[in-house]
Design a protein around this ligand. Structure first.
Ligand code: NAD
Length: 260
């Protein structure tokens, strides 16, 4: 079996996941990109990443809302590269509403993608990682895994849940060379954040500028957005042997938000 490692990064056609995939490719790791965009749209990104870093890169547009979609993504990774050494559960969506108006289908969708997909992916890769006595599972949670904000009942529930999953699997895998950690970012400037500004503005009766200043960055003492590169660098560190004793951790990268 190839000694070159392989990483599956869910939701890596955009934002944080894309930066993580790029950084792991730069470390010489084969990459499985995933997202909901069509293959033709992601093909230039896939080719460029592969050529720039000299690693194998495939893109699989599996819909991770369903268990079968998650399982097909892991199967595609194993078919292309033989194994999965690094799993980054990153795909996620957001919806902002008072709970009394929160659509049932939005609750189900957020729980499915932001929490259940990580469970199914972890379940699919963990036996192989244990057998090879090496593996890294990194869950992109959120500061909302540790604290709440109003109007985000589904997201906050899913992110609190994924910290529980992280700790549980870390304990189960601890003696097998497999670490499981969560990264808890504060606000990062990505399409996900950009998209929720209008809804937050209408939920709270604010202008979009007020949402950025008084809602998003109000919670973040550094008053700056976290960058995708900062998250990618921490993820890459967690894949190294220097990080072998970090497991079951929730690592905050939130500009001091949860120090409040
Ligand atoms: P993004 O909107 O930029 O990217 C989301 C990615 O998920 C895209 O690649 C998209 O194609 C993919 N995706 C969406 N639905 C999918 C589905 N059904 N199946 C498979 N893939 C799907 O988001 P982002 O801001 O980069 O967020 C990535 C992760 O980081 C999420 O889990 C999010 O909760 C978390 N996070 C983001 C922030 C932030 O401020 N941006 C803060 C904390 C945590």
């Amino acid at each position: 079996m190839s000694s070159i490692r392989t990483a599956v990064v869910t939701g890596s056609s955009s934002g944080i996941g894309h930066a993580i995939a790029e950084r792991l490719a730069a470390a010489g790791i084969n990459i499985v990109l995933n997202g909901i965009e069509p293959v033709e749209q992601i093909e230039p990104m896939r080719r460029e990443m592969s050529e720039r870093h000299g690693v194998g890169v495939i893109y699989d547009p599996a819909n991770l809302m369903k268990a079968d979609g998650v399982r097909s993504l892991i199967a595609a990774a194993e078919a292309a590269f033989g194994k999965v050494d690094v799993l980054v559960n990153n795909a996620g969506i957001q919806f902002v509403s008072h709970i009394e108006d929160f659509p049932d289908e939005k609750w189900e969708a957020i729980l499915s993608l932001n929490l259940s997909a990580a469970f199914y992916a972890t379940k699919s890769v963990i036996a192989g990682m244990k057998a090879r006595k090496w593996g890294r599972i990194i869950n992109i949670a959120s500061a909302h895994g540790l604290v709440a904000s109003p109007f985000k009942s589904a997201y906050v529930s899913a992110k609190h849940g994924i910290l529980g999953l992280t700790k549980t699997v870390a304990l189960e895998a601890a003696e097998h060379g497999v670490t499981v950690n969560a990264i808890c970012p504060g606000y990062v400037w990505t399409p996900m954040v950009e998209k929720q500004i209008p809804d937050t503005a209408s939920s709270r009766g604010l202008t979009e500028e007020q949402v950025v200043r008084d809602v998003l960055l109000a919670a973040q003492p550094t008053k700056t957005f976290v960058t995708v590169e900062q998250l990618a660098e921490l993820t890459a560190f967690l894949t190294t042997d220097a990080a072998a004793s970090i497991t079951g951790a929730s690592l905050s990268v939130d500009g001091g938000w949860t120090a409040h």
